[in-house]
Design a protein around this ligand. Structure first.
Ligand code: ZN
Length: 91
């Protein structure tokens, strides 16, 4: 039963961790999406990412909001939600 999945990691982005927190200041929710702007990045909880998502994906963010146009959207919502389901699941 030692089923081993070999994951060929193409991603150069470090996976989001449970300790990563939303960068939206007053929020402090768990990061589920990291938006990269070159060497910089901003972390968002699900709630706040939905607020910026439209703009970010359209490469149409306001310079005053963030650090320029996103170079990569690291969206781990599905993985993290699945993890939390498991942890808080029945029982
Ligand atoms: Zn947030």
């Amino acid at each position: 039963m030692g089923k081993q999945m070999k994951v060929e990691a193409v991603a150069t982005w470090a996976p989001l961790k449970a300790v990563d927190r939303c960068d939206t200041g007053e929020c402090r929710g768990r990061t589920v999406v990291r938006v990269h702007y070159g060497i910089n990045s901003l972390d968002f909880c699900g709630h706040h990412f939905t607020q910026v998502e439209g703009k970010a994906l359209a490469n149409d963010v306001e310079p005053s909001d963030v650090l320029g146009s996103p170079t990569h959207i690291q969206d781990e919502r599905q993985r993290i939600l699945a993890e939390e389901d498991k942890r808080e699941g029945v029982g």
